[in-house]
Design a protein around this ligand. Structure first.
Ligand SMILES: C[S@@+](CC[C@H](N)C(=O)[O-])C[C@H]1O[C@@H](n2cnc3c(N)ncnc32)[C@H](O)[C@@H]1O
Ligand code: SF4
Length: 387
């Protein structure tokens, strides 16, 4: 469990690389396939310009974490990654123990670059393994085999002190017994951190069409619940308890960057389709950048940034976001902070009912957190508390 009392100052920088070799049929992230080579130097210059502009809006911040996400950032040359990290160091102060994570696809080609990424300043990788058997990988449209993924994990282990990998579960036809075995194999390969996501069927993806047409059958609610419970039990038994609804870590190995989001702290979003939350002149800005990579590039070249939306969150929006993100965490939230943000306390009667139902608990130190029973119905719990 994370030390819930310690809300250290933190400032994260998220950088989005929006390209992939192919589009996975379940994925609705801002990722694009290009059949021409990407002009990485031009993109690196644009990243630096947007970093400079954003840093000028946030003077005095000390960067505690950087996350290179995508898309597939491991398609970048190490020198492009180096240029981006150097730009961040040039325009902001960066703490000595900064966590620098990078998402990587587990193909052999990407793994050969790991030494270069480490030399560029990356100190943690997160591999998109998704499944540990070839039939599932094929049905997920992945370009790598299970063997290749495990080889990439082994290379990550030899190059980085910190690594994690992602699996998607509640896949079509997955039984609790199959998932238990796969999970045990994953845990034996994982050092300190695993991200375990339930497959979601996102509108606009090929899986959405197949699902609607009855050609892709995902586990029903009861089976999804059983698979979720198996995930919690097996991971906890093997020393990787969940610290967030989909993230598991050994003590002290939580992803610092993602904690920034869930704790409602400040972060900058750089690159096409990146999101940021910045406190400027005492108010919180929710910022998003242009999603189309080439349009973003031209905008940055013309104006110094690719921002397409910059909204000030009012106190209620800010407090709702705090609740929505914070209740995903095992450490839960401090109700006093909710009150400070929203100007009103959480309704004691609603808290009483949710406690009686076993969906939440209030700790001795006053923190409010969702229970294992409450997590599968988290959206309803949040909606109830926020109403
Ligand atoms: C932004 S993706 C990037 C990772 C990297 N491009 C890769 O695919 O290896 C981050 C993670 O989100 C998860 N993900 C994406 N779409 C999902 C979906 N529809 N349901 C569940 N998990 C999903 C996958 O586990 C993926 O590794
Ligand atoms: S899951 Fe990863 S590789 Fe697949 S399309 Fe999404 S971002 Fe790209």
């Amino acid at each position: 469990m994370i030390r819930a009392d310690a809300l250290q100052p933190a400032f994260g920088v998220y950088v989005h690389w929006p390209f992939c070799l192919s589009k996975c049929p379940y994925c609705d992230f801002n990722s694009h396939v290009r059949h021409q080579p990407i002009d990485e130097e031009r993109f690196a210059r644009a990243f630096e310009r947007e970093i400079a502009t954003t840093a000028a809006r946030t003077p005095g911040r000390e960067v505690t974490s950087i996350f290179l996400g995508g898309g597939t950032p491991s398609l970048m040359q190490p020198k492009t990654v180096g240029a981006i990290l150097d730009s961040i160091g040039k325009h902001w102060c960066v703490t000595g123990d900064v966590e620098v994570s990078m998402e990587a696809n587990p193909t052999s080609v990407d793994a050969t670059r790991f030494h270069g990424y480490r030399a560029a300043g990356v100190n943690r990788v997160s591999l998109g393994v998704q499944a540990l058997n070839d039939a599932s990988l094929k049905s997920l449209g992945r370009l790598h085999s299970a063997r290749e993924a495990l080889d990439a994990v082994a290379i990550a282990r030899s190059v980085f002190d910190r690594y994690s990998f992602d699996l998607i579960y509640a896949r079509p036809d997955q039984t609790p017994a199959m998932w238990t075995e796969e999970l045990k194999l994953a845990i034996s390969e994982a050092a300190e951190h695993l991200s375990l996501y339930q497959l979601t069927i996102e509108e606009g993806t090929p899986f959405f069409g197949l699902h609607a047409a009855g050609k892709l059958k995902t586990p029903d609610e009861d089976m999804a619940r059983i698979l979720y419970d198996v995930t919690q039990e097996v991971c906890a038994q093997h020393g990787l308890p969940s610290y967030e609804i989909s993230n598991h870590a050994r003590e002290g190995a939580q992803c610092k960057h993602n904690l920034v989001y869930w704790r409602g702290q400040e972060y900058a979003g750089i690159g096409p389709g990146a999101h940021g939350r910045l406190d400027i002149n005492g108010v919180r800005h929710a910022i998003a950048t242009e999603k189309r990579p080439e349009t973003w590039l031209m905008r940055v070249e013309a104006t110094g940034h690719g921002v397409s939306a910059d909204e000030i969150l009012n106190s209620e929006e800010r407090a709702d976001e705090f609740l929505l993100m914070g209740l995903r965490l095992g450490e839960g939230i401090d109700p006093a902070r909710y009150q400070a943000l929203s100007g009103r306390a959480l309704d004691p009667e609603r808290i009483r009912i949710l406690r009686e139902e076993g969906a939440i608990v209030v700790e001795e130190n006053g923190r409010l957190r969702v229970t294992q029973e409450g997590f599968p119905v988290l959206d309803a719990v949040v909606a109830d508390l926020a109403a």
